[in-house]
Design a protein around this ligand. Structure first.
Ligand SMILES: *Cc1c(COP(=O)(O)O)cnc(C)c1O
Length: 423
């Protein structure tokens, strides 16, 4: 338990330094604002750090694109940006072929639009499909939207009970699925426990009973492999301010499998989703393709930072000779495994429990550690520039954004937790 550099001491500074030295992604950390300061950032899964180039991009956008092109910017680039940037995101982080991803709205608004579209479509095909399946520990907004859509459309929410230190198991899901299921709403990575669900297996189980899947990839995009096409997912949504470093309140994204685009009608039928927005005529005729899922004028300004993170992923993919997310995931598993190793050595003696799956194949990019004193511990950490998150009950949540977090940072953060518990 010392900080000495003993070779065999896996909790020592020398071991953290060795892990950083062996990390092929280590150098990318310097690209992020604040990475050179002593601050320990363990909440990249709530709000990713900005890239330094984003400051330049935003300044250039104001002076050149907005200030220089003015209204011409819409014709030249902005009108199509939700779709062109969506395609890039799909290619680099979602396993989605072009023409299936659009950027815009917030995750909450997109959940509403797409759940409405999916339940209406299910009812039109078969009026007996009256249930929306959601797990009891899904992110609050997902649960609330499911309840609101159910109330609005006269449907029922069918709750799947899951533990707060685990998540959806496909066998248990199978027991609540049936001929009444319209849509299954599932988060690929559980926001509290970090449990990683097998999205392909969930989709297969839902399709086997004739239901569709609305996947929330907020906590997975940019940290774990997302394979929307290969997993045959119907619709997916997610946010860009977590592992995609888009900035506070940056727009969300929606993926709709090509085979479904023509049959889904979303409820906020605004002019930007019209087949001919500038005709400004009577009645709403939805555009073909992904444009029909847009509603009003998109937040072009707030989409700018995402382009930088996507550029970085492209670079990482090129440098690693493959898929960027494969390299990111390898580091993510290394970081979470190291955090668990330190927690076992340093925190378990104080009664801290792991509330995240121990099997790396079953967890995403964050780790939750439980102890009755964690609320006060997290408050003390924040005043000392160590920034993890707190989630009830008693959960210290450590979000390890792979491109911007070092092994040494993880070590310093957990050492600070240990010292507070010891005090
Ligand atoms: C962060 C998160 C959200 C956030 O939704 P907003 O509309 O951006 O506030 C939704 N779902 C999940 C699973 C999340 O992790």
């Amino acid at each position: 338990m010392t900080d000495s550099a003993g070779g065999a001491d896996r909790t020592g500074t020398a071991h953290a330094a060795a892990l950083d030295a062996a990390d092929p992604l280590a150098s990318y950390r310097e690209r992020f604002v604040g990475a050179g300061t002593p601050l320990v950032y363990l909440d990249g899964n709530s709000l990713g750090r900005p890239l330094a180039v984003t400051a330049e991009r935003l300044a250039g956008f104001v002076t050149d694109e907005w200030g220089g092109r003015l209204i011409r910017g819409w014709d030249e680039r902005w009108f199509d940006l939700p779709l062109t940037l969506g395609d890039e995101l799909g290619r680099l982080a979602l396993g989605a072929a072009p023409g299936q991803t659009a950027i815009g709205d917030s995750t909450t608004v997109l959940l509403y639009k797409m759940l409405r579209a999916l339940v209406d479509d299910a009812r039109a095909r078969d009026p007996r499909r009256t249930e929306i399946v959601v797990d009891t520990d899904n992110f609050p907004t997902d649960r609330y939207v499911a309840e609101a859509v159910a109330a609005e459309r006269g449907l029922t929410v069918r709750w799947l009970e899951v533990p707060t230190d685990g998540g959806i198991e496909v066998d248990a899901l199978g027991e609540v699925l049936g001929g009444r299921t319209a849509v299954v709403v599932v988060s690929q990575v559980a926001y509290r426990s970090g449990h990683l669900v097998d999205l392909g297996a969930v989709t297969a189980a839902a399709h086997a009973v004739g239901a569709t899947v609305l996947a929330d990839t907020c906590h997975s995009a940019g940290s774990v492999p997302v394979a929307l096409d290969a997993d045959d997912v119907d619709v997916a949504v997610g946010c860009t301010y977590k592992y995609l470093n888009g900035g506070p309140g940056s727009p969300a994204y929606v993926y709709v499998a090509e085979r479904l685009q023509g049959s889904l009608a979303q409820p906020i039928a605004g002019w930007m989703g019209h087949a001919d927005p500038f005709a400004m005529g009577p009645g709403h005729t939805p555009a073909s393709g992904m444009r029909r899922f847009l509603s009003g004028t998109p937040s072009v300004l707030a989409m700018q930072p995402l382009a930088d993170l996507l550029g970085l992923l492209d670079e990482v993919g090129g440098a690693s000779g493959g898929d960027a997310i494969t390299a990111v995931r390898a580091k993510s598993v290394g970081l979470t495994s190291y955090a668990i190793e330190l927690a076992d050595a340093w925190l378990a003696p104080y009664g801290v429990e792991l509330a995240t799956p121990r099997d790396p194949d079953r967890r995403g990019g964050h780790v939750t550690l439980r102890h009755p004193r964690m609320r006060e511990v997290v408050a003390a950490l924040w005043t000392a520039d160590v920034l993890p998150d707190y989630r009830d009950p008693g959960g210290l949540r450590i979000g390890l954004s792979p491109l911007s977090t070092s092994f040494d940072e993880v070590r310093r953060g957990l050492a600070a937790v240990r010292d507070l518990l010891a005090a």
